[in-house]
Design a binder for this molecule. Sequence first.
Ligand SMILES: [Zn+2]
Length: 251
Amino acid sequence: MDPKIYRLSRRTFLTDLGKGVLGVALLGTAACGRSDDPTVAPTAATPENATDDGASAELAIRRVDLGFVSAYVLVRGNEAAVVDTGERGSAPEIDNALDAAGLGWPEVKHLILTHAHPDHIGSVEAVLGNAATATPYAGAEDIAEISAPREVAPVGDGDDVFGMQVISTPGHTPGHISIFDPVGSVLVAGDALFNQEGLSRPPERFNADQAQTDESIRKLTSIDMDRIVFGHGDPIDEGAAEALNRLVVSL
Ligand SMILES: [Zn+2]
């Protein structure tokens, strides 16, 4: 086994045990396609109908590689969403990613928490303190585990945040959510899937309900996606649906 992967996995494990809580990462609330005009259909975002304010522009995804876990800065025009926060102390690295995108905290309108494990929600208070106008979102069943300075909006199947579709993927935690950008054909999987030693389900010792975890992975095969980004592991940049189908056969 690659010793680096081993160390990272073990660190994650100890972090989970040490805090003793399930953390919700970042997920957006329903019907928040754009902050200034909720009547605009969020999924209508294509380069062809992009406007000057960028509300309909294509989504750019920036990985905030925190070592053993990744957060993401999603940028559409002049607006950003942050997905997950890393553990405590990670806000400066998210700030760096925003800076690299030419944006700052005032442009962060959404904080989407995939689930309430501490390596995903450890910097929620700092991020929301910096992003004063951002709405935090998470799956309803994980919200009680999240310490946040303002109310976290519950989201699940059928909801839409920042032009992305929320998909309930419970099992790793009861309220785990993933999000899918239909324009870029990208799934932001959180910990519904791992990609540390090839695409896999999350290690069983981390999961609240293994059968439910597997069922959520099967559910994701209904999406015809090209790419997946993960909480743990490198992105899959092409052929993601085929890789996912191969995984499901092995479950
Ligand atoms: Zn997790």
